[in-house]
Design a protein around this ligand. Sequence first.
Ligand SMILES: Cc1cc2nc3c(=O)[nH]c(=O)nc-3n(C[C@H](O)[C@H](O)[C@H](O)COP(=O)(O)O)c2cc1C
Length: 190
Amino acid sequence: MRIGIVLGSTRTGRQSHKVARHLERELQKRSVATDLIDLAESPLPILDERAGRHPQLQARVQGLSARLHEADGLVFVTPEYHGSFSGVLKNALDYFWEEFNKKPIGVAAVSAGKLGGINASTQLQHVILSLGAFPLPIKLLVPEVHDAFDESLQVKGEHIERSTTRFLDDYLWFARAIVDAKRAASERAA
Ligand SMILES: Cc1cc2nc3c(=O)[nH]c(=O)nc-3n(C[C@H](O)[C@H](O)[C@H](O)COP(=O)(O)O)c2cc1C
């Protein structure tokens, strides 16, 4: 199974990348293949047309499409901005549709405040339904992110450690159930 981690924070001085790296490490410890898709590495222009309908698709959109297709499941990591998830992430999601088809998607939300991106995460779960994908019911919330990791980007407190374990246990159970069901359906159809 291959899980794509989509990092939806691109600003200078961002903190959310620490959570994305933490999830990447923890998934790899569980022998899960990962692909960290950092939207800052190849920024997408503001949407002018969806990937499936674009007459001259840019190489970076094609590249992102291929990486999303290759993932069996996804985890979206978003900062909370003005009570919602990031505009950069929404712009990226709007390019794609088939890439998300019936995939299990987990949400990790990050905030400077004490509520850990609760609004961002709930709104993003609703959007995942509209992508034709399955949102994991629980989410990973990382409050006061500026104080949650040490200088070598390791988690400082036990709280985040515990909530990450619970999130990934649930996510992998959910993702494996969906991947197995899809495989069985395609074998029956063959
Ligand atoms: C435009 C903007 C809006 C923000 N709005 C909120 C907010 O509504 N609630 C909150 O707890 N933090 C808010 N923050 C702080 C972010 O949660 C904080 O930057 C955190 O580190 C996670 O995002 P990052 O990856 O950009 O660092 C905001 C930050 C920015 C840049």
